[in-house]
Design a protein around this ligand. Structure first.
Ligand code: 3H9
Length: 694
């Protein structure tokens, strides 16, 4: 029956062990092996019950994602699971690790389930643009009720073993040896004469249209633009159509198969694979060993520094937090305590966990205390001279081999490497605000950094729960450099006559969480004005002329924090259009003799998004981003580029680079070479009929 599935019988109990590393995915070999094992069990007079369990670190974590989009060889998972359901003798799933998607469905098609106490259960299918296609939408409501089914299937989250037992999805939870417990459980079943049983024999819980309505609203808010959760609700409803159970299963699988070929699932599967690809650093040999990081340091405790301290302490890393002076230290520690106390009040953090996190932080105003740190993250204000002074200090107070990372978002880290006198240890670790929440971490590979230092910051990013992407040194790295091109284009569009609310709506409709101008208001127009100022020497006259943020800042309009920016904000920070912005734009046009025109949504969208695609191609050309994956992952997680379009580079490939290039060339004629010269890579790939990925 193949190497992936073994079958044995002992003491009247048959045992099947699935062994398909790394996550025991239900690949073809596993399905075929299970089909043979089931047939053998059914014909095996010696075996009174069957246990299904997995070797390795987890139970089956789902269907094999790598098989999607290819012809799926028989047996198909849903058909196989129907056979499990229909078996006459009892089958027990003994689960541990991650019991996800098709793996959870396999367990649900078994007649009994026993779980290791640390097992986690969930349906991540919606995150792949899919729905549970092997019975999940039919078996879960029957076993656990409608609310739990809707939450688990549309939300894509996970629950623990105890919660699964409470919900009726698991029969027994064990802290001890799972295989032993399962054998005991199976023997007891046989001794008690308990036979097979199936969720198919249970009826659907009473229909409750209000639950479906509430779920549709919640999905529209939390997973805006995504079709999978809505299709999943449709699939659950199949249980109310009155046909036989197997017919509902067939229709559920048909819906799932349809979605596999859809654009959203293809894009989300690309994101799944790309997230794993970015962890593999090009040019770093597999035997490069990361340095040990036992204690970390953070120097500079403003908003970013505090967020980084929180992220580290929450990830169980002891932190030496260095402030400029006692007043800054006190303010930072108070802000950290207040943030966590707020979470304790809301019930999302326990007091004990908060205390444990606080105990990991050593606050000080003495940089010399960083002698105990193995990695120091600098987060002082964005002033190159100040940072150079800090790096000179770090170079002398820390141990040789301590990694010195800057959290700068655009300054030249190579000059900080010079200042430290320890270039091989210096790099960037650019967190996104709020650093304790945002998942993206842009690690920056400086020119002279040692390979093991690169390996260390990538491993450390994973250890603290971040999605680490590696960028080379450049102004803005991946996300801010691409974002700066979108902001520039947004300002030009305003100058040409597009209203800020229309621009933002186009971007929102595409799937971003907010538009570029609303984002400026949120981040602070003073911050944006400062960034523009730092780049003024290299700016074109047209870029300098589009000085809306400077004008607003001069008038005291700093965005959300001052109640007025592109928009006006009420006390609850709800925005509405700002008459002062309209007046400012008209006066600006008059002053510079600009003719305003109507601009359609297509032009707005293409200019904003293609400006980023073209810049992404430049990042690849320059080697700042090693692969298109790095850009897609950075933009999805750093700027909220909708994952269901796959990120800018994947999206451009779907459109076709020849089309993208032709549009960019049109903009070039209309807007000038300075802004729309196609990246040589884009032009070359388009000419060869290729994409960024293939
Ligand atoms: C489904 O089940 C549909 C059914 O309802 C319907 C069927 C009809 N397949 O994440 P890691 C690979 S949809 C193939 O780094 P971790 C992964 O690519 C599926 N490969 O480990 C990586 O490969 P590489 C529903 C998979 O410990 C390696 O395993 N299930 C699969 O951080 C290690 O992965 C899911 O969506 C897979 N299903 O996390 C679960 N899963 O080394 C998806 C992983 O070459 N998986 N690989 O880069 C996960 O969420 C995480 O992998 C897991 C482990 C939490 C399990």
């Amino acid at each position: 029956m193949g190497e992936m599935v073994s079958y044995g019988v002992s003491g009247g109990i048959a045992e099947v062990v699935i062994d398909n590393p790394p996550v025991n995915a239900a690949s073809h070999g596993v399905r075929a092996g299970l089909a043979s094992a089931l047939a053998r069990f059914e014909g095996d007079a010696e075996a009174g019950a069957l246990i299904i369990r997995c070797a390795g670190r987890t139970f089956v974590a789902g269907a094999d994602i790598k098989e999607f989009g290819k012809p799926m060889a028989d047996p198909q998972l849903p058909d196989l699971l129907k056979r499990f359901d229909a078996a006459i003798k009892p089958i027990v799933a003994a689960v541990h690790g991650m019991v996800l998607g098709g793996g959870f469905e396999l367990a649900l098609a078994c007649h009994y389930r026993i779980a290791d106490a640390r097992a986690r259960f969930g349906f991540p299918e919606v995150r792949l643009g899919l729905l549970p296609g092997a019975g999940g939408t039919q078996r879960v409501p029957r076993l656990a009720g409608l609310q739990i089914a809707i939450d688990m299937i549309t939300g894509g989250g996970q629950i623990g073993a105890e919660a699964a037992k409470q919900a009726g999805l698991v029969d027994m939870v064990t802290d001890g040896d799972l295989a032993d417990a399962a054998r005991g459980f199976a023997r007891d079943l046989v001794a008690a004469g308990k036979g097979a049983r199936s969720a198919a024999d249970l009826s659907m819980p009473a229909d409750d249209p209000a639950l479906f309505d509430a779920a549709r609203k919640s999905v529209a808010r939390k997973m805006r633009g995504q079709t999978a959760p809505l299709k999943a609700l449709e699939a659950i409803r199949l249980g109310y159509e009155g046909g036989p159970f197997d017919q509902a299963l067939d229709r559920e699988y048909a819906l799932c198969r349809e979605m596999v070929t859809g654009s959203q699932s293809r894009a989300l599967r690309h994101i799944f694979a790309a997230e794993r690809e970015v962890a593999k650093v090009p040019g770093l040999s597999a035997d490069t060993t990361a340095r040990m990081v036992e204690t970390a340091g953070v120097i500079g405790l403003g908003v970013m520094g505090r967020g980084i301290v929180m992220a580290l302490a929450a990830a169980t890393v002891p932190v030496i937090a260095v402030a400029l002076d006692q007043a800054h230290l006190d303010a930072a520690m108070k802000a950290i305590r207040d943030t966590w106390a707020g979470q304790v009040a809301k019930g999302s953090l326990t007091q004990a966990e908060m205390d444990a996190r606080l105990a990991r932080i050593t606050g000080t105003v003495e940089p010399a205390r960083l002698v105990d740190a193995d990695l120091v993250i600098e987060a002082v204000s964005e002033d190159i001279e100040r940072k150079q002074a800090v790096f000179a200090t770090l170079g002398s107070v820390t141990k040789p081999g301590t990694i010195l990372a800057s959290n700068t978002s655009f300054l030249d880290i190579d000059t900080l490497a010079d200042a430290s006198g320890r270039a091989a240890d210096v790099c960037g670790m650019h967190f996104f605000n709020p650093a304790h929440i945002m998942r993206l971490l842009e690690n920056v590979r400086t020119t002279r950094i040692a390979p093991d230092a690169v390996a260390t910051i990538m491993a450390f990013g994973k250890r603290i729960g971040k999605l680490a992407v590696l960028s080379g040194v450049c102004d803005g790295f991946i996300v801010n450099r691409m974002l700066s091109k979108r902001s520039r284009e947004a300002f030009f569009l305003v100058e040409e006559g597009a209203s800020p609310s229309v621009i933002d709506k186009v971007v929102l409709d595409y799937g971003f969480p907010m538009g570029p101008l609303a984002l400026g208001d949120l981040a602070g127009l003073d911050i944006q004005a400062a960034a523009r100022k730092s780049r003024a020497a290299k700016a074109t006259p047209r870029e300098l002329r589009a000085d809306f943020v400077e004008q607003m800042v001069a008038a005291g309009r700093l965005g959300q924090k001052s109640g007025s920016g592109w928009y006006v904000y009420d006390e609850k920070r709800k925005s509405s259009s700002n008459p002062e912005t309209d007046a400012l734009v008209s006066a600006h046009a008059k002053r510079h003799g600009l003719a305003l025109r109507e601009i359609g949504a297509d032009e707005i969208r293409e200019r904003l998004l293609y400006a980023m695609v073209n810049e992404g191609a430049r990042l690849l050309d320059e080697g700042v981003a090693p692969r298109p994956h790095d850009i897609d992952i950075a933009m999805v997680n750093g700027l909220g580029w909708p994952a269901y379009t796959g990120g800018p580079m994947f999206w451009a490939d779907q459109i076709g680079l020849a089309t993208v290039l032709a549009t960019i060339e049109r903009f070039r004629k209309e807007q000038g070479d300075a802004y729309w010269t196609p990246s040589p890579l884009l032009a070359r790939l388009a000419g060869e009929g290729r994409g960024f990925y293939a």
